[in-house]
Design a protein around this ligand. Sequence first.
Ligand SMILES: Cc1cc2nc3c(=O)[nH]c(=O)nc-3n(C[C@H](O)[C@H](O)[C@H](O)COP(=O)(O)O)c2cc1C
Length: 270
Amino acid sequence: MENAAQVIAKRKSVRTFEDRPLSTEDRHALADMLESKGNPFGVPVEFRFLDAEKHGLKSPALVGERYYVAAKVKRAGNFEIAFGYEFERFCLEAAAAGLGTVMLAASLNREAFEQAMQVGNDEVMPVASPVGYPAKKRSMRERAMRKAIGADDRLAFGELFFAGSFDSPLLPDDAGGLLAALEAVQLAPSAANKQPWRLVVDGSKVHFYEQRTVKESPLGDVQKVDMGIALVHFDLVARESGFVTRFEQDDPGIASPEGCEYIATCEVAR
Ligand SMILES: Cc1cc2nc3c(=O)[nH]c(=O)nc-3n(C[C@H](O)[C@H](O)[C@H](O)COP(=O)(O)O)c2cc1C
């Protein structure tokens, strides 16, 4: 994706759509976006484009939507993280093409979605998203919702990012070539805007942790989807900043706050 940092800086969730069909051109572009492009965990994620009316798909959070994109994944190790990585890459590609999205984990008639996606017993559909042209003005409902969640707020840089250990907050001035990639993580969307990502930068290794505040559900840990989103934001912008990235899961054993779980490490090299 070109200009990932710019797309990320401009992206906002879209819950109010122009009530009109997608152009043939955009339908074709979407078909390309929905081809799986893989993730660092090698877990297959299957996307589908869905017509809302045909499948009876609804969300109380939305106005004017005609289409959805949903994806499903087998319950294997790292499935939520892999899913978040791939679904967010799709959302960013859609944003780059002028299409609005918002991940929905809760605000949707899930049964109809799972039926449309033919979700098997060993599979999960963690979120789905509407896709369409953003309306010029947000609905009252959307504005109220954004305000209630504090959707435009983000935790401070030094609350999310650390240098070497959790005792030492990382300041933007000390982030060097990683500044843009870290800012891209700070801007990431997350369920209820809880921003569970904590990163410890240790030389060429960036360790990702999840500060969990939401209980796991039968659908898995939604905050691990958030972690996958943070990973793809970091990955795309670190590469755009001239780094080669490589992911591994090898807990460095850094003392972490209570409820803060090691997720993965990204090694960056010039
Ligand atoms: C995994 C995940 C699940 C979400 N579920 C919902 C949802 O059920 N309903 C909703 O209205 N928004 C949902 N959101 C959107 C978030 O509320 C939104 O991303 C956050 O408030 C930040 O706003 P922004 O995306 O405009 O930056 C979800 C986001 C993520 C990442």
